[in-house]
Design a protein. Structure first.
Length: 122
């Protein structure tokens, strides 16, 4: 697949565009069972920002608990999406009943019946 998939929960988090793009890129790595290890310069090239801006955005995402540091050897920092954010993304993709959006749609369209609502998420 060429391009970048942006999961819906990232768009509902009150993030700026740069943060959404960084999180989507991390998600792209993580869904393929790979560690995210891009250098700030490479991320900056991807989102057209300076290394300093990228470092600030990464710090902010860490502070907000949206990503977690896996390792850092002084040169290479590996991060991943937080478990909570990953769970939200996976719930939105599968339409699981524990998804609050799914419950809202169920109550609005089916009066509490949550069966066969997956077509509403496609």
């Amino acid at each position: 697949m060429k391009g970048l998939y942006i999961p819906q929960p990232l768009l509902e988090k009150n993030l700026d565009g740069d943060e959404v793009m960084i999180l989507a890129k991390i998600y792209q790595f993580q869904k393929n069972n790979r560690s995210f290890y891009m250098k700030n310069a490479s991320i900056g090239d991807f989102i057209n920002r300076t290394e300093r801006t990228v470092a600030s955005k990464i710090r902010e995402l860490l502070k907000r608990g949206l990503i977690e540091k896996v390792s850092f050897d002084g040169r290479v920092r590996k991060v991943k999406l937080s478990e909570l954010l990953l769970k939200e993304i996976n719930a939105s993709l599968t339409g699981k009943k524990d998804n609050p959006r799914h419950e809202a749609v169920a109550s609005k369209y089916n009066k509490g019946n949550t069966k066969n609502l997956n077509h509403l998420y496609k």
